[in-house]
Design a protein. Sequence first.
Lengths: 211, 507
Amino acid sequence: MSKSDEELMQHFQTGNEASFVTLYERYKLAIYRFLYRKLGHQARAEDLTQEVFVALVEHRKDWRQEASFKTYLYRIAHNRAISEMRRSEHKVMIEADNEANTEKVAKVATSTISPAASVEQQQLQVKVQQALTLLEKDYREPIILREYEDLSYEDISLILGIPVGTVKSRIFRGKVELKRLLEPMLTTASDQVRKPPNVGSPPGMPGNIRA
Amino acid sequence: MNCDAIIEDLQAFLDDELQSNRRSEIELHLKVCVECSQMIGDLGNLSSLLKSCDVPTPNLPTGREILAKAGFKSNKENSLGFFHSIYTFLFKYKAPAIAIISAIAIFGVYINLSGTNPYSSAPSVSSQYKTQETTASNDFTKSASETPKEAIAANTDTVSNKDSQTNSTPSQTQTIPLAKTQGTSGNAGELALVEGGVEGDIEGGIIGGKSNFVSPEPPASQPPPPSDIVLPKKSAADADGKIQGKDELERAESSARAITLEKNTLAKKEAPKLEESKPNSSLAAAEELVADKAKNDRSDTYKDAPKNEMSKTKPDSSGGKGKDLDEGFSKQGETSPKESKIVAKPNTSTSSKPGFSPQAGAPVAGMAQVPVSAPAREAEEKKAFIRSVLIVIEAKELAQAKEQINEIVKGNIGSSTSSEKEQSISFTLKVPYGKIESTLSQLRKLGKVTKEKSNEDDAEKQVEDSRKTEARDSNKKSDDQDQSEAKRRQNTAGFAIINVVLQKASK
């Protein structure tokens, strides 16, 4: 029976190395994905992921079980990302290397996508990543945390330090913006997702929505 | 319900973040509103699209590497952390670490050494003082075998310490360092160089220029010599002392200087009235110097120098009470009696030589007349005789007895010092000579007296012994000695020393 995140963290606070290793394995990819989608840069996301967990080790005594461990960890990652973005000209680099990142994303995506759908999927993934990076930070962060990390609105509010209502509105507006940016692809994607060929439901209908 | 009221909750509806009542409302609205239904569809597709986009596979370290990078130490490491840190410090900073460790070790040794004798009451007293103290207490130790040695030693120690502080006690265990000697060459080294707070200056090479004992013309304001110094009357007999040997004369000469210095210091420290303290003649001064020096020369160090001040009895003690507190040292006074008579020679020198007045021609002659055979004894004889008594009392309540003793001392216009042990308290009382008997009688009432010993008894015995050893001397010499002794005993000091040892009475 695996221990909860909070139990492992408590053990780690008492000096148990194995507890930290377990927690690290559980959340390292999630934190990385979060940081990658936030920064749009793989190397930076990797470095920052390490910094997040190093900070967790150094400040392990600061966790007082007031919030869940997941929230506490993402909070660290969020703050580190903000610091990183302020320290480096992240937006400029994103714009300058946008094409390079797009290619990189495309290449990576290719490896995980079946060759048959790889071209379209690749293009789609590149477009999505670009749309995310172009999205405003205030919209991007809660969307990433919700869509990719499956965090609740309450956790997102704790991580970002904003009210729950603000989280809800930002997610909606951010997605509306993304929808506008990805309108052409949405139609195509929805078609691909909905394909079984026998289904003739028009796109956008509630019946075609996959949660 | 219009669409504007619910449109922002559509995403929350999809994310199942709405409360049940709100969710029900939206469901009803979606059944009748096409646009909102389309919006929910689009939002759903977008979520699917977003989630379908993967990220590049990262290259992340292991958890242990993260821990190492953060400098994390497990519980096991923390338990040895101290030693590990010490090892790291020593390994990394060898030289400073060694220096620090050495400093700590030295400091620890110093603390150890300084704390080895917590009862040491006279840290400034040199070892020779302690030797004198030990010897001085021999009599009391012998006569008071039941008395704890510690009490006696402490008592004696107290006495000696007091002596060292005042330089005027009968024990005279300390030797007085020579502050400076003018006109003395080579002899300065012979003079006492010990702690004791020399105050006297030797001016014009006259030792004791400020002392009543030496200077033939003491200043009027000069205080009388210390009470512990016996000042025998200067008689013609003294002046007729003979020098028995040149060597002895030289030794006595140097001794005289030391003795004079001691007396000078004693004179400054305390100046109780003496019945006979009239160093009017340089002869007397010379004799004293010889006697003192003889005592000093008995031992290589100046341990015995103070004893000279006490001037233990001469072999003959006719009629006198040659008493000294440190009777144990007195025997040494018999070893070189000749030396004490050599003082005469220094008188021939100029005023630069210590101890002799330049104006006193008599000292030269007088000194030459001093018999060489018992210079030390004569010096002792001429010193004030100090009666000392040792009394050991068993009391039920030490604290109460202590208070009573303090009251007794006050009543008899005396002073006291004490040292306390777990089961005993030692006092050194200094009372006027005339009050000794009343003080003793009061002390006897405090409890059971297990021991009482006076130096008068031993002095008489010693006089007899010395008389026997010098039986071969001329009759005249013996007579002189007897007379000297008698004079010494008559020349009692103005105070007496009572060593009281309070013991807790056993139940």
